[in-house]
Write a protein that binds this ligand. Structure first.
Ligand code: FAD
Length: 397
């Protein structure tokens, strides 16, 4: 078995002695004495701790089964570990959802490619998990391959930062402050990963990821080709991008272009943004942030009502979904453990034991009431996973 696979297993807290020892103890078939991926047998189950099923080593560890998959076609150097029936709720800010049939971690581009190949060979959909802060997973879980994005390198060159998709956005913004690079201060406090932020063109207080993104590297899930996309090719719009519309594109990294600034000033602006968010007391709730996008409203009377009520002009004819939900009298409305946040009506929260079904029923109720009472159709900002039959080769969310 190749050493990286052994290391990966060991990092997961599994006792992996040496292949030879396992062979002695469990009498594994001979081909497994070689490097993983070489001479894979076709069949065989084994009664010991380790067994072989089809192309994989299988290891039972507690309630979780690990399929250790060697490098496909001996073309790559990194192996991946595929776990089975992994609960996904802990990977989301909602803390809701069932298990993934398969679960892998992509800590390198090679591992990402292999995870996608694994999904394709199993004929299953895949889904990328970033920080899980904008994701509602069904109670039935995901009958596919959930790939946790852990590409976490950051490279700085002058005013430019190349950040890989798994980098925590807030950590990155702290780093920009240390470096005295300005441009992302208003995004401080948005949880999740760089990849998730690029895909959803995350934004706050008048700034968004598109403002600083100079280029995106994306892996095409079918061709496994790496594409370098200019901003014009990313089709960024309000909470939208090409990556959202084409789920076969997996964001691998983003080149961000910032302006030189004074480290103290950048830090101050960043901290002011975080303080402003914390004052709203929303950061610690079990939510996915704004559940709905702010809709474009065409009714001049409704716009006038909003502007008078809030004392602000509406931007690009968009009215905050939270204000509309509030106007429909839905603050604090509950369906089971799911509730419209009393402090911010566009935050639907899990009060502790909400199911995905309750959250969906609450969201439907909100949409229906806002449509019936104000004539506005709300669209979800939150991504969902595992609710409908997934396409066999596409991304499941
Ligand atoms: C308290 C709170 C406050 C929030 N405030 C804001 C805010 O002010 N502004 C805002 O815009 N959002 C906000 N959000 C929502 C959320 O933080 C952002 O949408 C964030 O960018 C999501 O990133 P993520 O890594 O968590 O994505 P995830 O939730 O992991 O994934 C969301 C979707 O993106 C896909 N995805 C993730 N990574 C990749 C990738 N590398 N390539 C392709 N697809 C990918 C997933 O498959 C999924 O469909 C908030 C959320 C919370 C909980």
């Amino acid at each position: 078995m190749d050493s990286s696979l052994l290391l990966t297993l060991e990092r997961q807290g599994l006792c992996v002695p040496t292949l030879e020892r396992r062979n002695d103890e469990h009498n594994l078939p001979l081909p497994f004495k070689g490097r993983a991926g070489v001479g894979m047998g076709e069949t065989g189950t084994h009664s010991g701790k380790w067994s072989l099923i089809g192309k994989y080593f299988r290891l039972r560890a507690g309630s979780c089964m690990i399929l250790a998959m060697p490098d496909f076609d001996n073309k790559t150097s990194d192996s991946i570990v595929v776990r089975q029936d992994v609960p996904l709720a802990p990977f989301t800010s909602f803390r809701i959802g069932g298990a993934a049939r398969f679960f892998t971690t992509a800590g390198s581009l090679d591992q990402l490619r292999q995870s996608l190949l694994f999904a394709r060979r199993e004929g299953l959909p895949f889904c990328i998990l970033g920080g899980g802060t904008n994701l509602l997973i069904s109670d039935q879980g995901f009958d596919g391959v959930a790939i946790r994005m852990q590409l976490e390198e950051v490279q700085v060159s002058g005013n430019r930062i190349e950040a890989q998709a798994g980098v925590d956005l807030m950590e990155l913004i702290r780093r920009t402050a240390e470096l005295g690079l300005s441009g992302m201060e208003s995004l401080a406090g948005i949880p999740g990963s760089v990849g998730g932020a690029v895909r959803g063109n995350a934004g706050a207080y008048g700034s968004c990821m598109a403002d600083v993104t100079e280029r995106v590297l994306a892996l095409h899930a079918q061709s496994l080709e790496l594409l370098s996309l200019e901003p014009g090719e990313c089709a960024f719009q309000y909470r939208d991008s090409r990556f959202k519309r084409d789920p076969s594109l997996v964001v691998v990294s983003a080149l961000l272009s910032l302006s030189p600034g004074d480290p103290g000033e950048v830090r101050q602006k960043m901290e002011a943004t975080v303080a402003r968010r914390e004052a709203r007391q929303l950061q610690c709730d079990l939510s996915a942030g704004s559940f709905f996008m702010n809709p474009v409203v065409t009714d001049p009377e409704l716009i006038r009502r909003f502007e008078t009520d809030q004392g602000v002009r509406c931007r690009e004819c968009r009215i905050p979904a939270g204000w509309l939900i509030d106007q429909a009298g839905l603050r604090s409305t509950r369906v089971g453990g799911a509730m419209v946040n009393p402090r911010h009506a566009n935050y639907l929260v899990n009060t502790g034991d909400a199911s995905a079904e309750e959250m969906v029923r609450l969201a439907s109720l909100v949409k229906r009431r806002v449509r019936d009472e104000l004539g506005v159709v709300l669209r979800e900002e939150v991504s969902s996973l595992g609710f409908t039959s997934e396409s066999p080769r596409g991304q499941g969310c």
